[in-house]
Design a protein around this ligand. Structure first.
Ligand code: OVM
Length: 406
């Protein structure tokens, strides 16, 4: 910003008439992301009268400044200060300190690396069993249903302690929830009629007596006995697991499998060094950013690159664009197991950074290790199709052909 005798000079921010929630841009966002990054640090999206950030440094800085860019007004386009939220706000995602801190600390422990070590042997065995079953049925199949969905659905609901009946509600609930962070477009309208049955089932599973005596759900309720959280908070925290823990990991696995299918040299590298599974997971999250966007809301007038953003503005953070910003990443569109993807914002950054990422990473490592031990090559067996969602980058189908080890 330049000071003059008349006071500060503010630049007007660049504008865009694009609709990032249109079918066209959801299916293929990369050119739009590039235009957004080139236009400037902050770009006005005329269509929704919100501001947007697409560069890595800008997105990273805003995500780590929760005092200026709050989550409590909702991380979707809807401003909770003006419109009532469609469900009680999440105590984690849609909260800020101080309210955010106790639920966060409790979940961080329950979902942390130390706690997950107890689950790891079983999850690795489950992954091996799944891969054996899939290969016994044939070598050409849809990797979305047979692997990316099948594995999380095999291990995660059990780990939470959910009953068997009704688990089919999990995916449509999550899909609709992630649509509702965007505008009320064709995707939200399509999902709205069946929402009550899915949300009804999900909410019922959050009660203490609906959950198994052991598992993540029971662990959350045990925290009420210690007084770490209240009994009113527990069901909403279980709801967070069921909201954020299913679709996200499924689409992350889809992203990984798609990346390997189109990058045979990466599969060969993983085969000769299975320890690359961890970096492959984070590199695929960077490359595909299963969660593409979240909003923040300014709590004060902020100035970025000479542009003043008033208090109370919704800012759309393009995580997927930041994760492919050539200012930060060399050859960003390449799936490269020899780069260091750490620092990607695919899990967010700062106090809200994904509390379930160790769960997701363990699921991915277990599945990839099981596949790498049994499968020589993985290749496309047809054209994959996109599943459109206002927030998630997802595959609808991912036809693959595997060559099993002889
Ligand atoms: C929650 C929640 C829901 C959706 C996503 C998310 C990515 C959290 O209910 O806490 O984080």
């Amino acid at each position: 910003m330049t000071e003059t005798l008349h006071g500060p000079v503010h630049r007007t921010r660049p504008t865009s008439s694009a609709d990032p929630f249109s079918a066209e841009l959801l299916a293929d966002p990369h050119e739009f992301h590039e235009a957004l990054r080139e236009a400037g640090e902050v770009v006005h999206l005329e269509r929704y009268d919100v501001d947007a950030m697409g560069r890595y440094d800008t997105v990273h800085a805003a995500l780590t400044d929760w005092q200026s860019f709050e989550s409590s007004a909702g991380v979707g386009i809807s401003d909770f200060r003006r419109e009532p939220p469609w469900r009680p706000p999440s105590l984690l995602l849609e909260a800020d300190p101080p309210h955010h801190d106790a639920p966060r600390a409790v979940l961080q422990k329950i979902l942390g690396p130390r706690a997950l070590r107890a689950l790891e042997p079983q999850w690795r065995a489950d992954a091996a069993a799944l891969v054996d079953e899939v290969l016994a049925r044939g070598t050409e199949f849809d990797a979305v249903t047979e692997l990316a969905e099948a594995f999380p659905l095999r291990v995660f609901p059990d780990a939470v302690g959910l009953r068997q009946e009704g688990r089919e509600h999990l995916l449509p609930y999550g899909d609709h929830l992630f649509n509702t962070f965007g505008p009320e477009n064709f995707l939200v309208q399509h999902g709205a009629p069946s929402l009550p049955e899915h949300a009804g089932w999900v909410n019922e599973q959050c009660a203490r007596d609906a959950l198994a005596p052991t598992g993540f759900g029971a662990d959350i309720w045990a925290a009420t006995d210690r007084g770490d959280i209240t009994e009113a908070q527990a069901p909403l925290m279980v709801r967070s697991l069921l909201s954020a823990g299913v679709d996200t990991t499924i689409h992350a696995l889809g992203a990984i499998l798609a990346a390997f299918a189109r990058t045979p040299e990466a599969w060969a590298a993983l085969r000769s060094n299975p320890a690359l599974a961890r970096v492959a997971f984070d590199e695929a999250i960077r490359l595909e950013s299963p969660v593409q966007t979240f909003f923040r809301t300014t709590t004060r007038d902020v100035e970025i690159d000479g542009v003043r953003i008033p208090e109370g503005r919704k800012i759309l953070m393009f995580l997927g664009s930041a994760n492919r910003d050539p200012r930060r990443w060399s050859d960003p569109g390449r799936f490269d197991l020899h780069r260091d993807p750490s620092g990607h914002v695919g899990f967010g950054m700062g106090i809200h950074q994904c509390v379930g990422q160790h769960v997701a990473r363990l699921e991915a490592v277990a599945l990839l290790t099981a596949l790498a031990a049994r499968v020589e090559t993985i290749e496309p067996a047809g054209t994959p199709t996109r599943h459109l969602n206002n927030t998630l980058r997802a595959w609808e189908t991912l036809p693959v052909r595997l060559t099993p080890d002889r």
